[in-house]
Design a protein around this ligand. Sequence first.
Ligand SMILES: Nc1ncnc2c1ncn2[C@@H]1O[C@H](COP(=O)(O)OP(=O)(O)OP(=O)(O)O)[C@@H](O)[C@H]1O
Ligand SMILES: O=C([O-])CC(=O)C(=O)O
Ligand SMILES: [Ca+2]
Ligand SMILES: [Mn+2]
Length: 674
Amino acid sequence: MGLPRSIRVSGEEEKWQGTGTENSALPPPTGASGRNGLAKIQTHKKQNGICHDDSAPPVKAQTIDELHSLQKKKSAPTTPIKGTQGAFSEEERQKQQLQSISASLASLTRETGPKVVKGDPARKSETPKVSHAAHHHFTPTPNISDSALKFTHILYNLSPAELYEQAIKTEHGSFITSSGAMATLSGAKTGRAPRDKRVVKDETTEDELWWGKGSPNIEMDEHTFLVNRERAVDYLNSLDKVFVNDQFLNWDPENQIKVRIVSARAYHSLFMHNMCIRPTPEELENFGTPDFTIYNAGQFPCNRYTHYMTSSTSIDLNLARREMVILGTQYAGEMKKGLFSVMHYLMPKRQILSLHSGCNMGKDGDVALFFGLSGTGKTTLSTDHNRYLIGDDEHCWSENGVSNIEGGCYAKCIDLSREKEPDIWNAIKFGAVLENVVFDEHTREVDYSDKSVTENTRAAYPIEYIPNAKLPCVGPHPKNVILLACDAFGVLPPVSKLNLAQTMYHFISGYTALVAGTEEGIKEPQATFSACFGAAFIMLHPTKYAAMLAEKMQKHGATGWLVNTGWSGGSYGSGNRIKLAYTRKIIDAIHSGSLLKANYKKSEVFGLETPTEIEGVPSEILDPVNTWSNKKAYEETLLKLAGLFKKNFETFTNYKIGKDNKLTEEILAAGPNF
Ligand SMILES: Nc1ncnc2c1ncn2[C@@H]1O[C@H](COP(=O)(O)OP(=O)(O)OP(=O)(O)O)[C@@H](O)[C@H]1O
Ligand SMILES: O=C([O-])CC(=O)C(=O)O
Ligand SMILES: [Ca+2]
Ligand SMILES: [Mn+2]
């Protein structure tokens, strides 16, 4: 809308403008009004004395190319780089940017880097002349390769609109839904592949990281990493164009990380545009060299003859090189969670705790953390119309308080409803990525109940799409630490107040029990224990994170809570999932402080303090035994779950948490007793 009217190109948009009311506007050629019978044809009337027909000045273009060049104006003028030595020229800056990208894409064995040029190869007129900047100063070598002779077009930090166009033109399965979101398919993989994740074990990481039983870190050696890296880089360089995103992680300015994501799909670029922190134009100009780089060659498989590869998928992390390589999976969540793993390594080195949690803040500045495994309600419950959203999935807790690592949210959208989750529903608009959902082929209305592609349908949107997002996404020290478990056994109380040792016990256990799907025949809920509610992403031993959490909770006087967002009235099959409306009331009572003042009784076996009354929640459901018609079945199920907890905790009994043995002993005693 920046163009002055006189040179605006006459087009569709123009036709509907300048008419005050709907009635006087011509009906759009298609759409709602068109379907209520034939559109009413109106003859042009004189409006405000101006005749519509011939008086409009003709376009100032002699050729169609000229006309097209009028349509687009140059992006906002670039700001000078504030250096000590004065400002760089625009040309110099572009040159440095391309050199940096070329260096990222360099093969490690051949020439220094491919010739890169900015712009879409499909639009010749847009592609700037190849400048010398594109070439790395390279001296001809005898082993010059074909890939060194060709150009790789770089689509650098494109806008959502540009990425939509790219996706729709070139990626099958990309569509605009009726709400404006971009629907896409992630291919054969519709979830993460933790068993295909590898971490380079070198002299440093051998000592620093958690290896062996229970650890998510499956080793690979440096050489094998380089083989996979080369495979990914060669694949990317073989393409006509690659997408490059330069963005940030962590809203805490002192601990921000610069990330570069090189990918082959507009879907991946838009996903990361939404999920990482978006730089301002000025920040982008001064971006420099990234701290971490992802090579996403997900369409291309790894080579199973390569050592350590057990499938055609490989997600490889090299902390020393600060690089991650993705082969054989297009599921975008791998990038998000791969970077989370990196933060789980880098932040504790700075005495900062990284957390798989949602986070929001009340009007009075009271902050709550929501821990929980996938599908337990972090996104759903942290997105609360009465509170400010700091983030839905990944945070840091430092001496300064909490900060979101990301710039966006990633919501599960199976069975999403406008009534129950209005803010998430409304965030699924232009710019949002909708993964693997099913929609009407004509209206493009999404059917959120359809699991034809997968149960794990997802929406990724920028955090500012939530109206009460807290920007910048930082807040003071948490007052409440809420552990979410979706207990499909239906024996954990809907809410319990935890002492510090219990909080640590349940944090280290990281319990949830979901049902694998909704297929016939699945009767037994599957218990999952995932240390720190995110064992797939942690890099150090769980007790290291637990010790930091205990120290911070103690220091800042935070209260721990265990909230069951799962079943009530019986296990999966006989009971039902606790109504979201009730869980929200429980969470409200935690935030307001009223739950602290409630009357409590101690539960058997787990020894949990459960309140007897909460406003807006039927009292009988607060003690699960009341909701089971078969009391014997309840007892048996409770003991069964307690046994699973005990067995899981065995691996942690030999670790000390904190400075003295006192807390460790208390934690060991904080589990179920039977
Ligand atoms: N009582 C309840 N409390 C919370 N969520 C519920 C409840 N009942 C049903 N749900 C549904 O459970 C799902 C919770 O998913 P959510 O996206 O919040 O998970 P998450 O913890 O953010 O997981 P991930 O880390 O995988 O993103 C939503 O689809 C929500 O509608
Ligand atoms: O990473 C994903 O695919 C989704 C997610 O948030 C999780 O599983 O914790
Ligand atoms: Ca989520
Ligand atoms: Mn998550």
